[in-house]
Each structure stands twice: as C-alpha cells, then as structure tokens.
Design a protein around this ligand. Structure first.
Ligand SMILES: OC[C@@H]1[C@@H](O)[C@H](O)[C@@H](O)c2nc(-c3ccccc3)cn21
Length: 604
C-alpha cells in the first residue's frame, strides 16, 4: 500500500499533509521539542516522538570524542526515533560555527569577524561546504549557523560571531547558507527550506533579529531602534538567507524596544513568516522560555504560551522537556494555543525533515569520516586565515616597509601568550562552549608555523612567552614577532566595556619594541578591535589584526613572510577609545584609529 509520507517520489507538501493527518496530538507536540543529548535516550525519543536533539556548546559523548564517536551517539538516538510509531527521524543540532568545532580533530576555520575581513563570499561558501561535510561525518545534520548579527558595538560578547558592522558586508556572507545546505535549483520556491543531500546540513540564521544592535552591546539586551532601521540594518541579511532556502531561523534572546524577540508575534509571524515568506522552522534559543520570568524558569506555562503563539515552532527546551510537553499539552487542550498554530509548527518541522531527506537517509554516512580534518580542508582554512589578516602598520618609515619578514634572518624572537596556544587562536565555541587554552585539537600555532616557515635555514628561533628586559638584553635579535590578545570567551562572558589587551599585552609590546629596541611585529589575536595606545602603535614596526584564525596558524606566516600578499580589510571600525562607542562610519564625527575597510598591502 502506498503510504504517501513514506514515498520519496511524492511531493513534499503531500507527504507533510499525509503524515500530519496520521499524527496524534502527543506526537505533534513531541516534534516541537528539542532536547539536550545529556538527557536524551532512544526510549524517550521513541515514546515522546521527540523532534530533535542538540549538543549545547561543548556537550559531547566524552572528552576528545572523534567524529566516529559522535556518529555512534547520533545514530543510537536516531534508532529510537525510527522505532517510534510513525518512524519520524530526529535532526541533531550542534554549533558548527567555524568548522565542526565541538569535535576533536576537525578543521577549525577563522571565526566570522575574520571571514568578514576577507570580503570573499565565494570563500565563505566553500567553508560552508567543507563544514557541512565534516559535520555530517559526525552524524550531525543541523548546524546552528550562520550568525548574521550586524555587530554595532564591539563591547558585545558575541562580536566575533558577526561578519562585521556593515549590513551589506553581512548580507554578502550569507553565502555560508549555500555552502552548508547546497544551492537551490533556479525554480526553487522562494522561502522554502532546501538541503541538497547527505553531504549538506540544515542551517540556522541567527539570532533573529537585532542581536548585534543592543544598547551598549549588552548581550541579550535591548535593541532600541525604529522599525525602518531595524529592517534596514538588521533584517536584510535574513531576507538573503530566506532567498537561499535557509531551513531554520533562531530567535534572539534580545529584545526590540523592550519586548523579547521570543514573544514577539509581529516580528516572528507577521514579518518573518508572512511578509518575508519564511517557510522553515522558527526555533527558540537555549532555555529562552525559562528567561521570560524571574526567577529563571518560573511561570513556565505562560512563557510557553507567549513563545508558541508568537510563532516559535520548535523549542530548544533543553532539559525540562516533560514539563514543556505537559504545559504545551495543557495550553492546547484549554484552547489558549490553537490547533492551527500547532499544525503550522509541525508542518514546518516535517517540511524541513522531508526537504533534508532525513526519512530517506536517517543514519550517519561513515564514508565521510576520511574527510574530517583532511589536507584540502586545512588548506582552505589556511587560505581563509591568509585572506582574513589585516595589515595595520608596515614600517616606521613608509619608504622602508618592515614586512615581509626575512626568513633567513640570524635570530628571531617569538613571544607572547598567543604565539603558542592553539586554544587561544581558535577562541570560543571550540572543543568547549567558552573555549580554552592549550592543545585542544589538531592544529598549528604561530610558533609551529614560524619554525615550519624558517625550515632548515641557519636562523635561530627563540620562544619566550613572557620575556623581560633582562632576558632580552644582549641577545641581538634580528626582529621579534609578539602575539598578544584575548583569552577565549562566549556570549555574556565576553561582554566587555574596557577592551584593553588582556595579560598586559600592551606592556609586552612596548617592552620588546621600545625598551629592548628590537624591530617588532605585533600580532593581535582577538575577536574584536582592542585599545591601542598611540605610543604602542608608534613603537611597533609592524602591526597585524589576526582575529581568531582557528587551527591553521600557517596562514599567518604565509603573509608575514611574504609568500602571499595581505588581503584583509577591517570589517569593523577600530576605535581610539571606548568612549567613542558605538562608532558609526556614516557620522561626521567618525574618528577611528583605523576606519572600517582599512588594510595595507606589503607591496603598496
Ligand atoms: O548551543 C545552542 C545555542 C546557540 O546556537 C546559540 O547561538 C546561543 O545563543 C546559545 N547559548 C546557549 C547557552 C547559553 C547559556 C547556557 C548554556 C547554553 C546555547 N545556545
């Protein structure tokens, strides 16, 4: 007998209609529920018809779990879903935001702020395609990416997740969606979710809307702006993602003029779904409903009512899913949430699952495992690092450029906390949620890369994390490479109104460059512009913004030793003082240290 929803030759909408008609209320509500892997079991997924499972930042089967270990985990949970009465598969979500970064041994690409500096949407699309392959290799079919925030204030703890402060730049970088999901055919219906096949993942445009425009850059804060500017500055990139067939849009924790996005029916339904024609899933952020009321998690039933009626289709619960289901069921039974709202949500979820071909290919494809961290992907990441670096200063005398550095110099000093720390150069959302110091995965630090670039020359390379004038005196260095910057941070943990270089980074630059008088290249490893005193810039012979380059540190040496030309342009304004924030390049008062778009070449 032809069971329409099980027939891949049937049109998606026919499959959706057929399956929806067969579902009980309990099964429909289960599909609207996304739970965290730490509380997920195959039995719960089967019995409650759970729609999705996720890994919160860094949540993994065990430390240093490989892609194969992840695929075992995801497949085990998927079996529970397949065993359910109607056999509706889950999708498994993870923050693959700069490669499949939760998983050990994967290629870690530069964070978005560095990709914004490349101004190269084709490169970003290729990064999306490579990320999709490495993500699917781990069994994960859904990436919580791209973040298309337009970051208007570097004090925001998530600034490095934004491609930059300019809307048009962020719009170009939505090419990541095409890389992740694949390119829809010409006749693909506008706003309809699209996933090309098993080598692609569902994407999530986030965080809708205005997350990068909050007052003083406060994370999860309030974006105070009229609708016209909300649309012009923060909403246009969502139109680009919708036109590319993005499968999901994640609501923002933040508020617009005092109303939380997660309960904003006008923006989630009237605008996103009706005016912009988005036909995929609106998913909540993590415990967003628990944050509606104080204390955290209180008055949960009213939060469920507000969010679902506003247009949230799937709730990233992620732990208290029995309570969520109980409250949601009560609200539907009482008529406070209509059956048509539930059916709209479930239709969208099923539509994405059929579009992503999850019914046909529910299990992981182990043939992809060889591609994880492969040379081709690492070369792509290395190219992205090269193109992301921004040369801010090259020589104290324009007629005597300092870069490119000489590989055959007699003696080179490499210094600074960020010169030999893979975790620091990867930043947040790597291995763990916050990110951490040390050899957290497979990769090349700046020091590794310098040694590799120098090769067997007679050049002596000396590394000192924290040199002193005493340790440097009489050493006769040809020049120094000093890498300083930020320790990894994430979300509100990164909110910062001080923005000086941590770990006394400026003092170290001055110590090497002026007190010890060594010709010095400063490299800033940071998610954003940081305070640079004029005296520090003056003391340096060269200065490079390295952003958060990821695992392929040799992309840095490729340009500082001149094997490749610098390419990067600032995606954000570099302030002189935090008192100037937020900066607006369109204003007459605009007076940055380095303007958005600034970037030198070696051979000008
Ligand atoms: O990891 C899933 C999502 C991610 O995709 C969103 O961009 C981000 O806002 C987010 N914050 C948390 C999160 C926040 C606090 C504690 C634990 C987890 C979880 N998540």
């Amino acid at each position: 007998m032809n069971v329409v929803y099980k027939n891949a030759n049937e049109p998606i909408e026919a499959r959706v209609k057929d399956l929806l008609s067969r579902m009980t209320l309990k099964e429909k509500l289960g599909q609207m529920t996304q739970i965290e892997r730490s509380v997920a079991t195959p039995a719960a997924i089967r019995d409650l018809c759970i729609g999705s499972v996720l890994s919160g930042g860094g949540s993994k089967p065990f430390n240093n779990a490989t892609s194969a270990d992840w695929a075992d985990m995801v497949d085990g949970l998927q079996k529970g879903a397949i065993d359910s009465r109607l056999g509706i598969p889950i999708f498994y979500g993870s923050d693959a935001v700069h490669g499949n970064n939760n998983v050990y041994g994967t290629t870690i690409f530069p964070h978005n702020v560095g990709l914004g500096a490349t101004r190269d949407p084709d490169l970003v699309e290729k990064i999306g395609a490579a990320t999709a392959l490495e993500t699917r290799a781990s069994g994960v079919q859904y990436a919580f990416a791209p973040c298309i925030a337009v970051c208007k204030d570097p004090r925001w703890g998530r600034c490095y997740e934004s491609y930059g402060e300019d809307t048009q730049l962020v719009r170009k970088m939505t090419s990541l969606v095409t890389g992740l999901q694949g390119k829809p055919p010409q006749d693909h219906p506008y706003g309809y979710p699209y996933v090309a096949g098993r080598n692609n993942v569902m994407a999530s445009a986030k965080h809708y809307v205005g997350d990068g425009g909050t007052d003083k850059g406060k994370n999860e804060g309030n974006t105070i702006i009229d609708y016209e500017n909300l649309e012009k500055i923060h909403m246009l990139p969502y139109q680009d993602c919708i036109s590319k067939g993005v499968c999901t849009v994640m609501a923002s924790y933040s508020s617009w003029n005092g109303t939380k996005l997660h309960s904003h029916r006008y923006l989630l339904t009237d605008i996103l779904k009706e005016k912009l024609g988005f036909k995929g899933i609106v998913i909540s952020d993590w415990e967003a409903l628990d944050r509606f009321h104080s204390p955290h998690g209180s008055n949960y039933r009213s939060a469920v009512l507000s969010a679902v009626n506003a247009g949230v289709d799937m709730v990233m619960v992620p732990f208290r899913y029995e309570l969520f289901l109980e409250d949601l069921s009560y609200l539907v039974e009482s008529g406070e949430i209509s059956m048509s709202r539930i059916d709209d949500a479930v239709e969208r979820i099923l539509r994405v699952k059929f579009a992503a071909k999850l019914f046909e290919y529910p299990m992981s494809d182990r043939s992809l495992l060889d591609i994880v961290g492969c040379k081709q992907h690492r070369e792509l990441a290395r190219e992205a690092v090269r193109k992301s670096l921004v040369l801010l200063k090259n020589g104290k005398d324009p007629r005597k450029p300092f870069l490119p550095l000489n590989k055959n110099a007699k003696k080179i000093l490499v210094a600074g906390k960020h010169a030999d720390d893979l975790g620091y150069q990867c930043g947040g959302w790597t291995a763990t949620w916050e990110g951490t110091s040390g050899r957290i995965t497979v990769g090349t630090t700046i020091l590794d890369a310098v040694k590799e670039a120098i090769g067997n020359n007679n050049t002596e390379v000396i590394y000192e994390e924290n040199p002193t004038t005493e340790s440097l005196s009489g050493q006769d260095f040809s020049y120094a490479i000093v890498a300083v910057g930020e320790a990894p941070y994430v979300e509100s943990g990164g909110d910062n109104s001080d923005l000086t270089i941590p770990f006394n980074g400026e003092e170290l630059l001055k110590l090497v460059a002026s007190e010890s008088g060594i010709p010095t290249l400063g490299i800033l490893i940071s998610g954003r512009p940081l305070v640079l005193e004029a005296s520090v810039v003056e003391a340096l012979d060269g200065l490079v913004a390295g952003w958060l380059p990821g695992s392929e540190g040799n992309g840095i040496t490729d340009v500082i030793f001149g094997d490749y030309e610098f390419h990067g342009k600032l995606p954000v304004s570099w302030f002189k003082s935090v008192d100037q924030l937020p900066m607006d390049s369109q204003q007459n008062l605009y007076d940055p240290l380095f303007p958005i778009g600034y970037g030198l070449k070696c051979k000008n």
